[in-house]
Ligand binder design. Structure first.
Ligand code: PLP
Ligand code: ZN
Length: 484
């Protein structure tokens, strides 16, 4: 076996650490919130001091070597096994092709238009077409480990979702199979048709609640508090851990050099930005990188509790949930993010180590989000509305004087554009309900045009129909005849 394919020997000793009261709990049980204070957890490896014995260069070499592995358990997020969940045996690891998503540098034309070097990391190129697969690969690997250990015979996995969490949970549950059964709770009519089709196609039990995501979350939390279910929302600290791989991949792609890089992340339940900050901090502490990239979180005016918190004076900040309004960044349409305490905890460390200005949250308009998505995709990207939100955030950051002209903006396209095609369609057809506050620019509308009427088939022969259709195309495009 090649060195790169050998599963690592290191085993850590992981614990849940409560951010509310600092209590620590062993990981042989499923915990979501602290049994004593209901605070949220992060997972820590007590042995991680051991990892410091390998130099930063040593780790960079190991991870770079593994980038060419053919061992499926090390091909995805577990390329960074020692930083991820180093308690899992090789046979617990579930790999469906997640992670290692491409970072695509924007075209010259787009960069000129935006006035900033920029790239998208296409997390929509994960198996269920969003970054949620990163967290699910870790959470399901841990579940597999736990199921084997306790010899559980029935496990119901459950999550509330703005669409993508349930798509990912249903996919991984379907793959792992018995004894796992997937149940997802969705806000009725508030996920896209594509997102709804995903858990249905994966054979999950799909339950709907009238209301928004925050209403579903309350129901799921009640269930997790009183019944035997495995909760897969980002309260589940194993998901946060898996999502840290995004930060590791960004650092690796740029040869571990984070100078002059600014990472833009849309914020919904705030699990993703938590994981990304935590991931970069881990790399810095092990000297794998020598400085932190700047991080800019982005929220829509229609769902902006984290923005509002950081917009207050540092000494007088108060967190308050907001009532959401309809948003095209529907996957981030959350008024009371469960990971808010994690963001507050990590942002403080991030600023302490990264310096003033290393962490910001900006707020963008719905109009800005959808038009930024359209602009990106007209230049060869495949950004979802949340990816558009990141670009709108870049425009906003520039306007606020937060960007140096030479910095490279790395925007998180959190899902594939196809999942949110309905919003593009509403823009092109000028069909947004008033609550979105979006007035389409008709110059951007792109609609199909019929070349020849169906009736023509009745009057023309098959070959005459083809020629007539072609001639109509010539008329539309104003084509020049070939010169013989
Ligand atoms: C879940 C999700 C978000 C929001 O991420 P959080 O971790 O909830 O902040 C953004 N974009 C997409 C596509 C998502 O699925
Ligand atoms: Zn606690």
């Amino acid at each position: 076996m090649r060195e790169a394919d050998i599963f690592p020997a290191y085993r850590g000793e992981m614990e849940y650490v409560c951010l509310g009261c600092q209590a620590r709990y062993p990981i042989d049980e499923l915990h979501y919130t602290c049994p004593s204070c209901r605070g949220v957890f992060l997972l820590e490896d007590k042995q991680s001091g051991e990892l410091g014995r390998t130099s930063g260069q040593g780790w960079r070499n190991i991870f770079d070597l593994r980038a060419g592995t053919k061992n499926p358990t090390l091909r995805g997020i577990f390329r960074f096994y020692e930083l991820m969940a180093p308690v899992l045996a090789e046979d617990a690891i579930v790999y469906l092709g997640e992670g290692n998503t491409p970072i695509t540098r924007s075209s010259t034309a787009l960069e000129r238009l935006v006035g900033q070097p920029m790239a998208f990391k296409n997390d929509g190129q994960n198996p269920s077409a969003s970054f949620k697969d990163r967290g699910m690969a870790c959470a399901f690997s841990y579940l597999k480990h736990l199921v084997a250990k306790h010899e559980w015979e029935h496990v119901i996995t459950i999550c509330a979702s703005t669409g993508d969490t349930s798509a990912a949970a249903a996919l991984y549950a379907a793959y792992v199979g018995d004894p796992l059964k997937s149940v997802v709770l969705l806000p009725q009519g508030k996920v896209t048709a594509q997102q709804l089709s995903q858990p249905l196609g994966s054979g999950a039990r799909v339950l709907e609640i009238p209301g928004v995501f925050d209403d579903c979350m309350k129901v799921v939390e009640h269930l997790a508090d009183h019944y035997r279910v495995a909760l897969l929302n980002s309260k589940n600290a194993w998901r946060i851990l898996g999502q840290e791989s995004y930060a590791f991949e960004v650092a690796q792609w740029y040869d571990w050099d984070m100078s002059g890089k600014v990472v833009f992340v849309p914020i919904g339940n705030a699990g993703n930005i938590t994981a990304i900050m935590s991931g970069f901090l881990k790399l810095l502490r092990l000297n794998i990188i020598d400085r932190l990239p700047r991080i800019i979180g982005v929220q829509s005016e229609h769902a902006d509790p984290v923005f509002r918190y950081y917009a207050q004076d540092k000494d007088a900040r108060r967190y308050e949930a907001v009532a959401v309004r309809p948003s095209v960044a529907q996957a981030a349409m959350i008024g009371n993010p469960v990971s808010f305490p994690r963001v507050a905890y990590l942002a403080e460390q991030y600023e302490a180590l990264g310096g003033f200005g290393s962490f910001h949250v900006v707020q963008v308009s719905e109009q800005g989000i959808i038009e930024s998505m359209l602009l990106a995709n007209r230049h060869g990207h495949i950004a979802c509305t949340q990816g558009g939100e990141c670009l709108a955030g870049l425009f906003k950051a520039k306007e606020m004087g937060l960007m140096d002209a030479k910095e490279l903006a790395i925007l998180d396209a959190t899902a594939h554009a196809l999942k949110f095609a309905g919003f593009q369609d509403m823009y092109f057809r000028n069909a947004f309900p008033a609550e979105y506050g979006i007035v389409p620019d008709q110059a951007l509308a792109n609609v199909p045009r019929l070349v020849i009427a169906q009736d023509a088939r009745a009057t023309l022969s098959e070959s005459a129909f083809t020629v007539q259709a072609a001639e109509n195309v010539v008329g539309i495009l104003g084509l020049d005849k070939k010169i013989a």
